[in-house]
Design a binder for this molecule. Structure first.
Ligand code: SAM
Length: 319
């Protein structure tokens, strides 16, 4: 995990992970949890949570003391709280897909699978930069940029959209209108990655102005009914980012079947930003794909990394 933190750009967590790998107190906190690879993420998340709540000052300089002082609370946090993140930078990766499927003039109803707190349901409220291209309200309180290694076509950025509805389905939705929800999302951002924290805080402030509808449940089960009740006056755009990657293949097939079935009965679009099923993990590229019905042709629009720091436009028909 120390190497992962290093590669992921957190010298703080890499150093702590190395220094304390053999600490008996950490072994005690980990207990007999099976998902051991997640343990450092949960533990650092717990310590960061305490810091954000004002319960542990400068915890990283006195890490072993904080573990001892908050041993019971941290043991419970580590045992009960799975890693929960919501990366708003992924909107930068998905925007070209949204414009391709939704820039035709119809109002859009968004349905996100696995939205976490729903930050990416507000993609139309952010400002974007791709090389020399820009998109979105100039007054936006959050600007997203990345390395457009091969940028999307310029004409896309002239398209405008109107979003009418924002709905998400998540097993563990995060309500950022509460202090706990907002703090939890921040806690799982690595504490020395200030730019990510700042981006997250800005997105949370935007979502808090008009929170989305987040349904609590399994999207594999709930999606068909939601699509059956959609409004034909709008274009429903289903989307997902690093959500299907956690779902077993037979369930992914059920999601795909539900979308195709709905697409056969009326206009629909699907934008998906996931790791391709045949990708060699963990360092393969993700892909951005789009489909629009009627028709349903599957297009691979771009290759990108898991956090949408860069993208490379491809736009080819999927095999
Ligand atoms: C890694 S997070 C990604 C969140 C968000 N899409 C993003 O890009 O920041 C995956 C999310 O999918 C949700 N999830 C995974 N499988 C699910 C399922 N079958 N039904 C509902 N939610 C699911 C998890 O609860 C989690 O919030």
């Amino acid at each position: 995990m120390a190497d992962d933190f290093e590669r992921g750009g957190s010298p703080l967590y890499a150093g702590l992970a190395r220094e304390h790998a053999d600490d008996p107190l950490l072994a005690e906190l980990a207990g007999d949890r099976r998902a051991r690879w997640e343990f450092p993420l949960r533990l650092f998340g717990g310590v960061h949570y305490l810091a954000l709540a004002g319960l542990a000052e400068h915890p990283w300089n006195r890490f072993p003391d904080v573990l001892r002082e908050h041993r019971d609370w941290l043991a419970r946090f580590v045992a009960e709280q799975p890693v929960q993140t919501n990366e708003v930078q992924r909107s930068w990766g998905m925007l070209p897909g949204f414009l391709i499927v939704g820039g035709g003039g119809m109002p859009l109803d968004l349905v996100e699978l696995g939205p976490s707190a729903g930050l990416n349901l507000y993609w139309d409220r952010y400002r974007y930069r791709y090389a020399e291209h820009e998109w979105g309200p100039e007054s936006a309180k959050l600007e997203l940029a990345g390395a457009a290694r091969r940028p999307p076509p310029a004409e896309l950025f002239a398209l405008r959209v109107e979003v009418r509805l924002r709905v998400g389905i998540d097993r563990r939705p995060v309500d950022v209108t509460t202090e706990h929800g907002a703090r939890l999302l921040q806690a799982f951002v690595w504490a020395d990655q200030e730019h990510r924290l700042e981006r997250l805080r800005r997105a949370i402030a935007i979502v808090r102005e008009e929170p989305p509808e987040l349904l609590c449940g399994d999207f594999v089960e709930l999606l068909p009914e939601l699509l059956a009740g959609r409004d034909p006056e709008a274009l429903t755009v289903v989307f997902d980012s690093t959500s299907l990657v956690y779902v077993p293949e037979p369930d992914v097939a059920r999601v795909r079947a539900a979308i195709e079935e709905a697409g056969a009965h009326g206009p629909l679009a699907w934008v998906s930003y996931e790791l391709p099923a045949d990708a060699e993990r963990p360092y393969a590229s993700f892909s951005l794909e789009a489909q629009v019905w009627p028709g349903g042709e599957r297009r691979v629009l771009a290759r990108l990394d898991g956090h949408a720091n860069w993208l490379e436009w491809v736009d080819e028909v999927a095999a």
